[in-house]
Design a protein around this ligand. Structure first.
Ligand code: CP3
Length: 341
């Protein structure tokens, strides 16, 4: 078994596995080259292009897992939301959810048909990864993070509209979160059928919530998804940022691996999460922008803290930044692989 899949299952590894959130992206010249020929969404919806960039970081740096090139937002199109990506500004939804009644009029989603491009990209990528034995990760956004885009109409700093909406319309919120959860289960189940060997659930913006609000408004739906995926028998990675205040609640929602950002001490998180779950993260991605000696020092500190723990996957705590030098990524992969286990 690959070191990545073994670590997800807390089994022994021959090297600490390493991959990066947003490892296929603008910091790579090879990515920018493909991207110059397509818009971002065209690239996501073109299986050959998506497969190509999925493989780029595997071929360039020898990372221990590939993550399919896609985005968390296209499933919202399946519900009738009009999604665009504005160059330099990120995602925009032309018809955001503003009234509680809108929930009843969402399109009946058909993920198998509407998201066929990602399943095809997975099939292509799996075929090309198979000979090198590199596992392929599928993913989806978690309901709160998806709802925040659907309600805000795009990115937002404080998620104030979303939080006000959920408290003002608790019944419509429960219905919307259930719709998103069931769509996510169908989408991820189909990703495994198309070749995904592990799944990551991105609840990227969950750290905007208090522990109490997380428990009340979010945890039931993440639990619903992770429970429903359990029979697929692939490792489930449950990721969020800003989760230090409610790590235990995140863990209770499920997942075989918990993804951590850098705002929590790795050893403290490890104690709080307990031994029955693997950990992925938690390097600050801005460390890759600075001197190698500092990056190496922090990587060694993390390896000292968690390297001997059954179930550790080296990763950044959130996506690599577009200004990341490629040679820093290469050196870090080499360094982590050289660590004695
Ligand atoms: O990690 C990977 O390499 C796989 C690909 C991947 C992308 N998006 C590609 C992408 C993954 C796993 C995502 C998930 C995603 N998308 C999340 C959750 C993860 C996270 O970062 O918290 C979120 C919130 C989104 C929504 C999204 N997509 C935003 C807010 C943006 C704009 C911000 C930005 O970096 O430009 C995107 C665009 C996006 N998704 C890019 C990439 C490579 C950049 C697009 C470009 O080439 O212009």
């Amino acid at each position: 078994m690959s070191n990545f899949l073994a670590a997800c299952r807390r089994q022994p590894v021959s090297q600490i596995p390493i991959w990066f959130l947003r490892q296929a992206g603008r910091y790579m010249a090879a990515y920018r080259d493909v991207r110059s020929r397509y818009s971002f969404l065209e690239m996501v919806k073109n299986p050959e292009a998506a497969c190509e960039v999925t493989l780029q970081p595997v071929e360039a740096f020898g990372v221990d897992a590939a993550i399919i090139f896609a985005d968390i937002l296209p499933p919202l199109e399946s519900l009738g939301f009009q999604l665009e990506f504005i160059r330099g500004e990120g995602p925009l939804i032309r018809n955001p959810l503003r009234e509680a009644q809108q929930v009843a009029h969402l399109k009946d989603p058909d993920p198998k048909h509407d998201l066929a491009f990602t399943f095809e990209a997975l099939r292509l990528a799996r075929r090309r990864l198979e000979p090198r034995g590199t596992p392929l990760i599928g993913f989806a956004g978690a309901p709160f993070t998806l709802a925040s885009y659907a309600i805000e109409g795009g990115g937002s700093r404080d998620k104030a509209l979303t939080k006000t909406w959920m408290r003002t319309n608790p019944d419509a919120w429960a219905r919307f979160m259930t719709i998103l959860a069931d769509l996510t289960v169908a989408y991820l189940t189909e990703q495994v059928a198309a070749g995904a060997q592990a799944l990551q659930l991105f609840d990227s913006w969950i750290g905007e919530l208090s522990p109490g609000d997380y428990l009340k408004y979010v945890q039931p739906y993440s639990l619903r998804i992770l429970n429903a995926l359990e029979p697929l028998d692939v490792p489930l990675i449950h990721f969020g940022t800003g989760t230090a205040g409610f790590l235990e609640h995140l863990r209770e929602a499920g997942g075989h691996v918990i993804g951590l950002d850098w705002r929590v001490d790795a050893l403290e998180a490890s104690h709080r999460l307990g031994a029955n779950v693997a950990i992925q993260g938690n390097l600050d991605p801005t460390l890759l922008l600075g001197p190698w000696e500092v990056l190496r020092g922090e990587a060694d500190r993390l390896l000292d803290q968690l390297g001997a723990r059954p179930g550790f996957i080296f990763n950044v705590g959130h996506g690599l930044l577009p200004s990341t030098p490629e040679d820093q990524v290469a050196r870090l992969v080499e360094h982590v692989h050289a660590h004695t286990v």
